[in-house]
Ligand binder design. Structure first.
Ligand code: NAD
Length: 333
């Protein structure tokens, strides 16, 4: 029976993780610490409000008092909270440095002061920089070479986490994961943006010719990876969690096919200044712990499309949704 502090549990991956963990571990409980930024949605956790094993704390990971309050009675921390959108990081890097670097530092400091809590840090493949087509995938030993303020703030947070292990013996692990997709992902991200635009009979815009390559993993498989690292991962170690490599054009074509539309629904635009060409991860280390993705990309993508089809209320009326969130936020203040 364990009690987890999940940070950023109202966001995309954090909320999927909370649903996964509470159903998979019926004796465990979760405290969710989330600031409810534009990316945090309490409706992702609908149905858990009266669950005695779930507590929501509205708070900021950069605020020591908020973190001290949330962390005091837990056994372990699973740290998802972050500013996570690359385009926004290019516009507003300081917010990313504050949340992702300072926020992680505040959490690590509290984890140490409150009795050396087990600490799992969620990070990204973007910390390693970009690959060309012929390069081998990155692995846990690849040098950090971030190319956007988002990636560099995550790389800095990874280094801080490692330092709390080497300097203070805090029991940490890190997972660096590929791009996720699935339910509750904000429509600012590529897959939900394309699905919801096409469902609204609007064209999708692809940068350049859509040749950039990303690795994609269903969010549920990411949750399973974190579970296995929490249970079997070696303290002080990093685990890369890979996905299936696809060009952005292939992703678009798959979504179009599922929705029965043709390529006339694509329009091409100029590339942005920083747009890494390819990410790919060698995940053989975590596979040795017994993890592998459960289903292939096409099956999981179909499920994601179905979810956005069935849950128009979640994404269709952003103004109404935002009003609801703002109202809920005032109740928590
Ligand atoms: N989405 C991906 O494809 C992906 C891939 C690999 C790693 N990651 C990492 O996984 C984590 C979660 O990503 P996501 O896509 O779910 O992000 P998200 O943007 O959907 O959610 C982030 C959550 O963190 C909360 N938050 C932001 N600042 C906070 C603060 N100062 N204090 C408390 N809460 C705060 C937000 O309210 C939101 O609920 C991030 O650390 C990200 O770097 C994401």
């Amino acid at each position: 029976m364990a009690k987890l502090l999940v940070t950023g549990g109202a966001g995309f991956i954090g909320s999927n993780f909370i649903h996964y963990w509470l159903s998979k571990h019926p004796k465990d409980s979760i405290v969710n610490l989330d600031k409810l930024t534009y990316a945090g949605h309490l409706e992702n956790l609908a149905g858990l409000e009266d669950n005695p094993r779930y507590t929501f704390v509205k708070g900021d990971i950069t605020n020591r008092a908020d973190v001290d309050w949330a962390i005091k009675n837990v056994d372990a921390v699973v740290h998802f909270a972050a500013e996570s959108h690359v385009d926004r990081s290019i516009e507003e890097p300081l917010e990313f440095i504050k949340t992702n670097v300072l926020g992680t530092g505040v959490l690590l400091d509290a984890a140490l002061r409150h009795g050396r809590k087990r600490f799992h840090h969620i990070s990204t493949d973007e910390v390693y920089g970009e690959l060309r087509v012929k390069d081998l995938p990155f692995n846990e030993k690849s040098p950090l070479n971030p190319r956007s303020p988002y990636a560099s703030s995550k790389a800095a947070s990874d280094l801080l986490v490692k330092t709390y292990y080497t300097a203070y013996g805090l029991p940490v692990t890190i997972t660096n994961c590929a791009n996720n997709y699935g339910p509750y992902q904000d429509v600012e991200k590529l897959i939900p943006r394309f699905i919801t635009r096409l469902l609204s009979n609007k064209k999708v815009t692809l940068m350049s010719r859509g040749e950039n390559i990303r690795s994609w993993l269903a969010v549920i498989d990411h949750c399973r990876a974190v579970d296995i690292v929490l249970k079997k991962g070696k303290i002080g170690e990093i685990y890369c969690v890979g996905g299936e490599e696809k060009t952005n054009l292939q992703i678009t074509q798959s979504i179009l096919k599922i929705l029965g539309k043709d390529k006339s629904w694509i329009s091409f635009i100029w590339n942005r200044a920083v747009n890494d060409f390819r990410y790919a991860l060698d995940d053989s280390k975590i596979r040795k712990l017994g993890w592998k993705p459960k289903h292939n990309f096409e099956k999981r993508l179909k499920e994601a499309v179905e979810w956005y089809k069935k849950n128009e209320w979640w994404w269709k009326k952003p103004t109404l949704k935002q009003t609801l969130i703002d109202f809920k936020n005032t109740l928590w203040q």
